[in-house]
Design a protein around this ligand. Structure first.
Ligand code: ZN
Ligand code: ZN
Length: 337
């Protein structure tokens, strides 16, 4: 029997299609990725080619070199030198493409990814996210900061060198604002944060939990849109990633590394996106919204019905995906001490 399931926060419906259901193992990537060298002289992000990126906004030094570099995105869709002011173009709204786009080069090693980095190095990348988030939040007219990672061509990157991105915009689009409005309505009605409620539910039923640590819950959501969608919620209520403590980021470094390492292990290093969602700037302390990380492996393609109705058909069962991830050892860490 196929079933509809509703995302409690967004009220979005998905179809869990048991008839068409594929065993989670069937999503394993079949083509082997080429083995990467630890250094590639033609890569703009590899050590020695620092002059091929703009002046960094943040460098975490290491003996004689660096551990993490944050640089303006040379191919950014947005430009910090423009005006955020909005105008009318006839009946339409128009604004210059003001915004900030930076690339976080996660490691000097060309062949690593957060799944194969040490927990400590992943935590350091998270520290860089937090520091740049803070700096961008203080810039005029910035209202939303999105942190994300594209892994592999299906996820939108052809650059192999491990990197993630931060984009700060004056615009808070409906895609972000509508769920926030729904979370506010839920809070007004129930008196509780809807994300805290989902974390409580997952913590009680446990069937979709991948890993639970002192401060974080890693799970496959009840109404997952696509196979192996995974979320990491902080247990402590907080509306913005900005509010994480250094200790929490150390713990999160391990949780995120293992979540990606389990995906890597069970699906043979699939392409994926992860996104860190936070409340808009100025709403860091609201009680109705909750920051989180969502990881989406690119193992299926949304088709006409998904685009037309906004109803995603998930051909895996979230509980089964969670069980597979739980039972998979994270791929081995390849970064030496
Ligand atoms: Zn490189
Ligand atoms: Zn909450």
């Amino acid at each position: 029997m196929p079933e509809f399931r509703q995302n409690l926060a967004t009220r979005e419906w998905v179809i869990i299609s048991r008839e068409r259901a594929k065993r989670p193992e069937q999503f394993k990537v079949r083509t082997e990725r080429p083995e990467l060298p630890s250094h590639d002289g033609s890569c703009p992000f590899c050590p020695g080619n620092e002059d091929r990126t703009p002046e960094p906004s943040l460098v975490v030094p290491a003996s004689g070199s660096w551990m993490t570099r944050v640089v303006p995105n040379r191919f950014a869709a947005l430009d910090a030198g423009l005006s955020p002011e909005r105008h009318r173009m006839g009946r339409y709204l128009f604004a210059e493409g003001y915004g900030i786009a930076e690339v976080v080069i996660e490691s000097p090693r060309h062949d690593l990814s957060p799944a194969t980095m040490r927990d400590r190095s992943v935590a350091q990348v998270l520290d860089c996210f937090a520091e740049r988030y803070r700096a961008m939040a203080h810039r005029p007219a910035i209202n939303l900061i999105t942190i994300f990672r594209n892994h592999g061509p299906l996820a939108g990157t052809s650059l192999e060198h491990p990197h993630s991105q931060i984009i700060a915009t004056p615009i808070v689009p409906p895609h972000v604002q509508d769920p926030i409005n729904l979370a506010r309505a839920y809070f007004n009605n129930e008196g509780r944060c809807v994300f805290c409620d989902m974390a409580s539910e997952e913590g009680e039923v446990r069937v979709r939990i991948v890993e639970e640590t002192e401060s974080f819950l890693c799970f496959v959501p009840y109404a997952a849109r696509s196979p192996f969608e995974t979320r990491i919620y902080p247990k402590r209520h907080s509306a913005s990633f900005w509010g994480t403590t250094p200790e929490e980021r150390v713990e999160l470094g391990g949780v995120l590394r293992r979540a990606l390492g389990r995906l890597h292990g069970s699906l043979n290093n699939p392409d994926y996106n992860f996104i860190i969602r936070s409340a808009p700037i100025g709403d860091e302390d609201v009680r109705f919204y909750h920051w989180y990380i969502v990881i989406v492996p690119k193992v299926t393609t949304p088709a006409g019905f998904e685009l037309g109705a906004g109803i995603y058909i998930n051909i895996t069962v979230p509980e089964e995906c969670a069980a597979v991830l739980r039972d998979t050892e994270p791929v081995e860490v390849r970064e030496s001490e």
